[in-house]
Write a protein that binds this ligand. Structure first.
Ligand code: ADP
Length: 251
């Protein structure tokens, strides 16, 4: 579904992403894991053309995204970033309904989409639809942002550190919920996190990045049990036993 072919992104000679070839399957949630600056966001943003490859290409459903109109492309792909990125002057309902509105859906269809997706992320529409982002907690803002990413029912959803700003307890609750939600909806999800604990719980696959290179791509079990590189081992760190238990619990 999402295929990278020798994708490289350079900024004045610095390689943010170096010759990545990989395929991320339909209906699967893949966590992109790596330290800060390893190229995770760059890999993610190639899909919706917020970043263009210096060389190589990115295929979505077999078609080079470079051939697609970027605006139309982005309307067909859900996107949620750390902190939510909600527009502060719009209500939750208007934020969540933004893509359906741009797509020209009727008012009725928009309202249905807003209520349905808010319920999916467990925000009661009756309580939350009319609020503004400033009247939400950090966790609620993140939920609303994920509802916005899902509102037009895209096949592909990109999440950039969606849980990064949340406290540990909330992060654990949400990562389990998201995993179940995306599995149930059969979305193709790329989910950026620097935290291997989040990745083994939220991802059906994990892709590990280091210095712009894709080091390993496999199931959480494969990554934890058979790290293919020292840098993967370093990311697993001293918590490897705990991560192995998390893999057992999630499978
Ligand atoms: P991550 O998401 O893993 O933290 P990024 O993909 O954001 O990493 O960045 C990878 C590398 O590319 C970093 O060294 C970063 O500083 C660099 N980089 C990212 N975007 C730009 C940009 N627009 N201009 C220059 N360098 C960039």
């Amino acid at each position: 579904m999402i295929r990278y072919e020798n994708a490289t992104v350079s900024y004045s000679g610095h390689r943010a992403l170096a010759d990545v070839t990989a395929e991320f399957g339909t209906g699967i949630t893949t966590c992109l894991v790596g330290a800060s600056g390893s190229g995770k966001s760059t890999l993610l943003r190639l899909v919706n053309r917020l970043v263009e490859p210096t060389s190589g290409r990115v295929l979505l459903h077999g078609e080079d995204v470079a051939r697609r109109d970027p605006v139309a492309l982005r309307r067909g792909i859900g996107y949620s970033v750390q902190g939510g990125g909600l527009l502060p002057h719009l209500t939750v309902a208007d934020n969540v309904g933004i893509v359906p509105r741009l797509l020209g859906w009727t008012r009725e269809a928009r309202e249905e989409a807003v209520s349905r997706t808010l319920a999916l992320v467990r925000l009661d529409p009756a309580r939350y639809a009319r609020r503004h982002p400033s009247e939400l907690s950090g966790g609620e803002r993140q939920r609303a942002s994920i509802a916005r990413a899902l509102a037009a029912d895209p096949e592909v959803v990109l999440l950039d550190e969606p849980l990064g700003a949340l406290d540990a307890h909330l992060r654990e609750t949400l990562q389990e919920e998201l995993r179940e939600l995306f599995r149930r909806l059969r979305k193709t999800v790329l989910f950026v996190t620097h935290d291997m604990r989040v990745a083994v719980r939220a991802g059906e696959r994990i892709a590990v990045l280091d210095g712009g290179r894709l080091l390993q791509h496999g199931t959480p079990r494969e990554i934890v049990e058979a790290p293919a590189h020292d840098a993967v081992l370093a990311l697993l760190g001293r918590r490897r036993d705990e991560l192995a238990r998390a893999v057992e619990e999630s499978s």
